[in-house]
Every structure is written in C-alpha cells, then in structure tokens.
Design a protein around this ligand. Structure first.
Ligand code: FAD
Length: 506
C-alpha cells in the first residue's frame, strides 16, 4: 500500500536536498529560529537510520550494499570501483552509492568530466563520503569573507570533526614524521604535515562512527516539531512571483503527483550539477550559472613503509577504512596540492604471496590539484535532453589548460618524492585518475561580492536578483580549491542560514 503523506501547503523555509549543506540550513534554523517552519525535500530514498547516516555505520554488509544501491539514482546501475586508487586512468565507473551522467560528460575536443558522480538519497553524498575535512589555505581561502575561520569552526561543529579517530592506528606518527622531514621546512604551523581532520568519532566501545547529514541535523533538528523531511520528492521548479521566491513545485515520486508548496525562502542545496539544473529549469539563469565549474585533478600512488617492526600476533587490526584520510599535507600557494595520505590494511598493488602485509604499513598517497578557473568550463542545459528524473540533463564543457597540465606533472613528481620519503614505492609510476574522480566538482553557482556576471550569489548565498532564493553546496565556492570542499560548503551554508534566521526573527 502506498503511504499517503502530506506536504505542508506553506512553510517559512523550503530546502531542496538533504546533503550536509541542506542539513546545515535546517540545523542552524532549528537552533536560531525554532518557531520557523522548515520543510526539506529529497529526491532519493531514506537508506539509513537516523536518516542521513553514513552507510559505513551499517554493520551488516548486505544491508550496507542495499543502501548503497538505493542511492545510485534512476536508470541502469553501472560498473563500480571500490576506491579511486583502484580506478586506472580511462576506466569509467562510479564508486558505490554514486551514479554517473548517462551522457553529456565530455564533448569532442574537450576533456570533460567523465566520472563526475552524484548520489540520490537522504544524506546525499555524505552518506558515502570519506569525511576528510581539511581547511582551505592560501589562495583557496575566500578573501572577501572576514568571518571565514569562525564559519569553519561552525562547519567542524556541525560535521562532528575530530583529529584523533585514528590515533590507535599503527605507524601514523611515523608516516607524518617522514613526510614532515621533506615537506615542513619554511611552512607556518598550520601548513605543516598533520593529522587529517575527519568527520568521524570513536564511540566509547571503540567503534568508529562516520558523520553524515544525520550528525549535521543533530538532535535539535530531529526534535524540532516545525521541521519536516520528505524523501522521494523531486523538486521540479522554484516558483517566483514578482521577482521574489513564492515556493516550489514538488513531485511525489511515490504517487507521481505534483504539489505546490508556498515558501518565503527557498534554499537549493542539490549538489553542484543539480543546483544549477533546478535554477535553469525554473527560468532563473544568471550569466554565471553553471560556469567556472572546477574539479580537482587527482594523482595517486602507493608506498610501503620501510623499517617498521611487524606487529605482534595480538596487535589490533587497524580498523581503517580503505581510504580514510589519516594524514594531511596542506595546500600552499608554493606547493598548490592538497595531500591526503592514508594507511591501508591491504595493498592496492598485488604483492608476492609469501610477502604478508603488515596492517597499516601500506601507504596510499593522493594529491589533489586546484584547477585554473575559466568561465567556459561549465555545465549547461537545454530543452532537448533530459536526465533519468525528466529534468534538463547536465551537459559538461570542461578543458584542462596548459597550466593545469603542468600542475598535474608537478603533482606526479611530488607524489613520487613523498612516496620515497615514507617507504618503498609499490609501482613504477603514479596514476592520474580520470577527471571527476575527486567528487569535489564546484563553482557552478559561485559566490561573489558584486553582481558583475561572474557570480550567482552574494556572500550570504542569496541569488542575485531573486529575493528569498539561496544556493548551497560546493557550487558556491568561488575559489579554486585543492582541499576537500565539504567543510567549506557547510561553513558557507551556516552564513546563509544565519541570514535567514535573522530575517525571520527580526
Ligand atoms: P549532496 O551531498 O550531493 O546532496 C545533494 C542532495 O540533493 C542529494 O541527496 C540529491 O539527491 C538531492 N537533490 C538533487 N536534486 C534534487 C531535486 N531536484 N529535488 C530534491 N532533491 C534533489 N568531500 C569532502 O569534503 N571530503 C571527503 O573526504 C569526501 N569524500 C567523498 C567520498 C565519496 C565516495 C563521495 C561520494 C563524496 C565525497 N566527498 C568528500 C564529497 C562530499 O560528499 C560532498 O562535497 C558533499 O556531500 C556535498 O554536500 P551537498 O549538501 O552540497 O550535496
């Protein structure tokens, strides 16, 4: 029997998308404007409990696999690769819990973003992510936000970021010591090799718990009687009246019926491809919409720690997820890469059978590169092509510049240097992953200080020229970052949510 559900006819704030940035709006509004009515709409199903929880917290492997499959959007489920290190250049496959664009991901003569992926489920990609939450540094920072550090502190609070979750892992300190010896000279303390801030914590019984949108929502939102979350609900357009937001149209995917929900504020937090999609579908098309799209080219390599004592038979297993970012080599303007270094229980490269791997002694290194920003790198839409939901299909135009190619070559040389510093190299050369692998595509609804055609929203994430409309997510980040973007996007969402809370409680 189809469950009948009621959407409110009118709310103060409607949020599209239940990933961590949409959840940040709900959380801050629950804390600062508890009287406000807030409705969140998510096209995907609820796959975990509490809603938005990370699938890695689901202990039963079959149940976890079902939750991942249910997140993989409409249409055919393509091939999967377990981690980016396993994807050799040229392989077009999605990570579990994600799905790729069916077409329009690359055009002749362009590089495209062949493996840019999305997730459709309550929690969005944060039900599947690695949880690395480094802060931006140098030119990655948004210079026009004086309160950026305080907002990032809030991002840490909402995402439950810690740095000690992997302290029991063997050899972490040795890895950092060896990396520091070749990296730290001349760097200020914040840019030195350090433990990776992770959206994860250990329970008292020692179990690792990964943060998803459930942590961002928190008990305060779950207990808020004025908050409602509707899954399997596709928002098809933002409604406008006289240049102001009036609400949205939402299709109940369980019944196929479309409803109108009136709202004073609408926040579109539908990822960096589908946020511009919804604006475009609603006839909201500022000049910068979809432009300045940028992803982080990624180079990976593996080494084996030399000179470490095998652990005793009674040593605990590391409990490390395969690509948990344990150590961090921060971005600097001189060395414009973000380094994520993790110890693995198993080698991604086959080793001799009589050569047992000491858990934690195989080190996976990844360097992410900041993109040279260009207005022509963009996601566009037209009336002809539709995606699996019947929305205008994203078509991606994307080119690496000479500067990008040179930077990737530098990253390849640098990763070999880092690998040699920690141990014996496990392969003859690094891999450059297919473009889009980082899952950090951003910039498509970027923030700016003035409405000069190079940005979509103001520093509070308010879309230029449309009162009451906010955008959220990695699309809002205006700088070319190499570091994982989510804590920054959540920080920007906090600023926007505070603005709505202020306006509502004035
Ligand atoms: P999302 O989490 O993508 O959520 C957007 C939601 O909007 C989705 O659930 C989608 O279904 C919904 N939606 C879209 N359109 C509509 C519509 N029209 N109507 C209703 N709902 C809609 N980032 C990091 O910072 N660190 C990491 O270590 C890291 N590792 C990652 C590893 C993996 C395997 C993956 C998949 C991602 C990783 N990321 C990482 C990226 C991170 O998950 C994203 O940056 C983050 O989830 C973005 O949050 P968001 O709220 O903007 O969007």
């Amino acid at each position: 029997m189809t469950e009948v559900r009621e959407y409110s006819a009118a709310v103060d704030v409607a949020i599209v998308g239940s990933g961590p940035t949409g959840a940040a709006y709900a959380r801050i509004l629950s804390e600062r404007a508890p009287e406000a009515t807030v409705a969140m709409f998510e096209v995907g199903p609820t796959i975990s409990d509490p809603p938005g929880a990370h699938v890695k917290n689901i202990a039963d492997p079959d149940a976890r696999a079902r939750a991942q499959a249910a997140s993989e959007g409409p249409g055919e489920r393509g091939a999967k690769v377990a981690n980016p290190g396993a994807a050799k250049a040229g392989v077009r496959a999605a990570r579990p819990g994600t799905f790729l664009l069916d077409d329009g991901f690359a055009f002749p003569g362009e590089d495209g973003l062949p493996v840019a992926a999305m997730s459709s489920n309550v929690g969005g990609m944060s039900a599947h992510w690695t949880g690395a939450c480094p802060r931006p540094g140098g030119s990655e920072r948004i210079a026009f936000l004086p309160d950026l550090d305080e907002l990032l502190d809030e991002g840490d609070r909402l995402l439950g970021v810690t740095t000690d979750a992997f302290d029991a892992a063997p050899f972490g300190a040795i890895v950092r010591e060896r990396l520091a010896a070749v990296v730290d000279e001349g760097r200020p303390p914040a840019a030195r090799v350090q433990r990776m801030p992770l959206a994860a914590h250990r329970r008292e019984d020692g179990r690792l718990v990964w943060s998803g949108s459930d942590v961002v929502l928190g008990d305060v939102t779950r207990a808020n009687p004025n908050f409602e979350l509707h899954d399997e609900s596709l928002v098809t357009s933002v409604l406008l009246e006289g240049g102001r937001v009036a609400g949205l149209a939402v299709r109940d995917l369980r019944t196929g019926e479309t409803h109108e929900v009136r709202a004073r504020y609408v926040v579109v937090a539908a990822d960096a491809l589908r946020t511009p999609q919804l604006l475009w579908a609603s006839g909201i098309r500022p000049a910068a919409l979809g432009r300045y799209l940028n992803d982080q080219a990624q180079v990976v390599f593996a080494a084996r720690l030399r000179d470490v004592e095998p652990l005793g038979a009674d040593a605990p297993t590391t409990g490390l997820a395969e690509h948990s970012g344990v150590s961090w080599v921060p971005f600097t303007d001189d060395m414009p890469f973000h380094g994520q270094v993790m110890q693995l229980d198993a080698s991604p490269i086959p080793l001799a059978e009589d050569d047992p791997v000491v858990p934690g002694s195989i080190v996976g290194l990844g360097l992410f590169c900041a993109k040279d920003l260009q207005a022509d790198d963009r996601v566009v839409f037209d009336d002809e092509h539709v995606d699996g939901y019947g929305m205008p299909a994203p078509r991606i135009h994307y080119r690496l510049t000479d500067h990008d190619h040179a930077l990737i070559e530098r990253a390849r040389a640098e990763i070999v240097r880092l690998g040699e510093a920690v141990g014996d190299l496990l392969d003859s050369r690094p891999f450059t992953l297919p473009l889009g692998s980082s899952l950090h595509y951003q910039g498509s609804t970027r923030m700016g200080v003035v409405d000069d055609g190079t940005s979509v929203c103001d520093p509070d994430s308010r879309v230029w020229g449309v009162d009451g409309l906010y955008v959220a997510g990695n699309g809002v980040i205006p700088t070319a970052t190499a570091c994982n973007p989510t804590v920054t996007s959540v920080a920007l969402a906090v600023r926007g949510a505070r603005r709505i809370a202020r306006d509502l409680t004035r």
